[in-house]
Design a protein. Structure first.
Ligand SMILES: [Zn+2]
Length: 735
């Protein structure tokens, strides 16, 4: 045994099997309560071995501790891997020695494999018994490897709190807080899109109220990847709070661009560029960015080591074995943590309803190739500007078919520039032409790569289709490839732009080609692979509406996660996790702030409510000038918008004034005591009257001016005084 342990000591962390065995042993020695479940190593050992292992528990723990206080171990490891001096043949040491002991000699060979005890027996009874024992032993070992939760430190009182402030009950707007007692990190600060109930709103950003309440313990913002629904709200956040910001180069590059647009350039000093496979100590956490494939390059999952246990947050992911840059998902690091024992997994639920596997990004290439082959005129390809690999593929096939490339659309140009500058992709500069040069080339030598695949009316494609683009107009010989899928809610606008292009006579290649677009999110089989690799004790499906996370829950149960260990969160739920339990402890305030992107301005909730009221029910404005003494209306004006057509206005005005006059003549004297109370009373009367007639509650504005007070009141209420010389048909004197 001594030899074995010395061997394992001398080996580096990279020797996965041994180092994990070592950790396993050490932890096991410390947790007797797990004896029963730990069938993998412990059961067959003689007593002596156990005591030896306990002796060795301390050095292992020390090593564990060193690991937590991270050193960049993977760099030195790669050097060590080249010298074979310390490396051992895995099968030669630990198993070999362990089974030499007395009573096992009958059942096992020296190398640890099981013997057939009576090879020359009559019949096969004993032979089958020996085989069966082998099956039982293997099953035990396999089952033991499925749930490595005995490796969690069940004795710890440490707990972690998880609070999503966005990204649940919705697609987009992702933002999650992970907290210990003393420190906290924010994972992603994304934006989402408004729906029809938010007129004049461009983007939505999470409510930051909760951050305000814990701001003193926030150590950093960490970014998984550079999609807008993960970084779009970062500049708005940094206008309020400034914390260190950690991310991979593309994410920081794109956040940096936003900071410049928002006048936050100086905050780039807070950026920390991370390296994958290299954990970083941030507050109470040690975080490793793990490479993952997705529809934007340089995406990551996060392994977050805490005193309570390891948390894996997948970010957005798919498992693409043939990505364009040949950098597949780092399954080995995910498996590494899985084998170590993961307390909690948070995983992407976007495509939970899709069975099978999301096809590789590479599968789009041949579709492009075929379309380019058949195109006789210009090819116009539109996709998400952040999908650099899609753009890269289109350009590569364009070049193959001898076409020059015009990149049109601000975000597309910007993203491609940054990807080329940072060296993510390599394209020759002479491949590109400017939009105004397109006309100088024959149609069959032009590829236009552009934005607008969601039918956005401001986009280049839309303007080309409506003849509003300065240089390009869609013509019948064009082939337009929409390499995208409508984001839920955008179906109408995508259909509208397709109609426009087809009316212009051009060919449109959209969803009728199955592999013209592939998703960036994991389908069920990939979600299963993630669950099986990580083998989490607790599971929180994230990124999706309730039906998406509920479906992901079913997938997780099928992959061995206990139902009681899964919680379906909503934004604002605060979940507490310890290796022994997971529970919701409270709700914090969440919501959305509305942003007018043109002016980079917040819009208050009231404004949106008012806009909706105006849009749905219209507005009714009554202005009265009154003789206070005689309680008589001297003059009135009725204005309506969105209630009746122009022709009916006079009739409505007459109807209202008859009723108002009747109301005033029957009213108690005290309603005339001041303009405010009269306005309030008239408001209530009008509300009833209008509802009776229209079954709607339009916005009602009542201004009463007592004679002799006109100027004074006008200044107070910002009501334009009625100028008697400007009477029009809506003003009728009734006095
Ligand atoms: Zn994403």
């Amino acid at each position: 045994m001594n030899d074995i342990n010395e061997n394992t000591h001398s080996e580096k962390e990279g020797q996965t099997t041994n180092s994990q065995q070592k950790r396993h042993n050490a932890q096991h020695a410390n947790t007797h309560k797990d004896e029963k479940r730990n069938t993998y190593v412990r059961k067959p050992r003689p007593q002596k071995t156990t005591s030896h292992m306990q002796d060795n528990a301390a050095p292992h723990s020390a090593n564990e501790h060193k690991k937590r206080n991270f050193k960049p171990q993977f760099k030195s490891e790669s050097r060590d891997m080249q010298t074979t001096e310390n490396r051992k043949w895995v099968g030669e040491n630990k198993h070999a020695m362990r089974f030499k002991k007395e009573k096992y000699e009958v059942e096992k060979h020296e190398d640890g494999t099981r013997k057939i005890k009576t090879p020359s027996e009559k019949g096969n009874l004993s032979f089958h018994k020996d085989l069966k024992k082998g099956v039982e032993a293997n099953t035990k070992i396999q089952k033991g490897s499925l749930n490595p939760h005995h490796k969690l430190n069940l004795n710890t009182n440490e707990k972690i709190r998880i609070t999503p402030l966005g990204g649940l009950g919705e697609i987009g707007g992702n933002m999650t807080i992970i907290e210990t007692e003393k420190s906290a990190i924010i994972i992603d600060i994304g934006m989402s899109f408004p729906d029809d109930s938010m007129p004049g709103v461009d983007i939505l950003i999470p409510d930051f109220q909760y951050i305000q309440s814990i701001k003193n313990k926030i150590s950093a913002v960490v970014i998984t990847h550079a999609h807008e629904d993960h970084i779009g709200a970062v500049p708005y956040f940094y206008k309020q709070f400034q914390f260190p910001l950690y991310g991979t180069p593309l994410a920081l590059g794109l956040v940096g661009n936003k900071f410049e647009e928002h006048g936050l350039k100086q905050h780039k000093a807070l950026f920390h560029i991370v390296e994958k496979r290299t954990p970083v100590r941030i507050g109470d956490f040690e975080i490793e960015w793990i490479h993952i494939t997705h529809s934007i390059i340089d995406s990551s999952a996060l392994a977050i080591r805490t005193e309570a246990g390891v948390i894996i947050h997948t970010g957005d992911f798919k498992i693409d074995h043939t990505p364009i840059d040949n950098l597949p998902t780092d399954l080995h690091r995910l498996a590494y943590y899985g084998e170590e024992g993961v307390m909690l997994l948070l995983s992407d639920s976007t495509n939970s309803h899709k069975s099978g596997v999301t096809p590789s990004e590479a599968s789009v290439g041949p579709t492009f190739d075929n379309l380019f082959k058949t195109a006789t005129g210009r090819v116009i390809m539109s996709t998400f500007s952040s999908n650099i690999h899609r753009v890269y593929q289109a350009i590569t096939y364009g070049l193959k078919h001898n076409r020059k490339v015009a990149v049109i659309g601000r975000s597309m140009e910007k993203n491609l520039d940054i990807a080329r500058e940072l060296g993510y992709i390599d394209l020759p500069s002479n491949a590109f032409i400017e939009a105004h040069e397109v006309l100088q080339y024959p149609d069959n030598e032009v590829l236009i790569v552009t934005t607008g695949s969601q039918g956005e009316t401001m986009s280049a494609l839309y303007r080309m289709a409506t003849d509003e683009h300065r240089h390009i107009k869609i013509k019948p010989t064009d082939m337009v490839i929409l390499s995208a899928k409508a984001i839920p809610g955008n179906e109408g606008s995508v259909s509208a732009v397709i109609n426009l292009i087809m009316k212009a006579g051009a060919k449109v290649a959209y969803q009728d080609f199955s592999e013209i677009h592939v998703s960036g999110h994991a389908a069920q089989e990939e979600q299963k692979l993630m669950l099986r690799l990580i083998k989490p004790k607790f599971f929180l499906p994230v990124h999706g509406e309730y039906n998406h996370i509920a479906k992901h829950k079913q997938t997780a149960i099928a992959c061995g996660v206990l139902e009681k260990n899964i919680y379906l969160m909503e934004d604002g739920d605060q979940i507490e996790v310890n290796p022994n339990y997971m529970r919701k402890v409270k709700s914090v305030r969440t919501g959305k702030s509305f942003v007018d992107n043109q002016a980079n301005r917040h819009i208050e909730n009231d404004v949106i409510n008012e806009r909706n009221l105006l849009a749905n029910d219209g507005i009714f404005i009554l202005t009265l000038r009154m003789d206070m003494q005689k309680r008589k209306i001297l003059e009135h004006r009725v204005n309506v918008f969105g209630i009746v057509g122009q022709k009916e206005e006079a009739e409505l005005s007459k109807f209202i004034m008859e009723n108002i006059n009747m109301y005033l003549s029957n009213a108690k004297p005290n309603i005339f005591k001041d303009t405010k109370s009269l306005e309030n009373d008239l408001f209530s009367a009008l509300r009833k009257l209008l509802f009776k007639r229209f079954k709607k509650y339009p916005a009602i504005l009542v201004n009463v001016l007592f004679d002799g007070e006109v100027r004074h009141k006008a200044a107070q209420n910002k009501v334009i005084p009625i100028d008697e010389t400007e009477q029009d048909k809506t003003i009728e004197s009734i006095s």
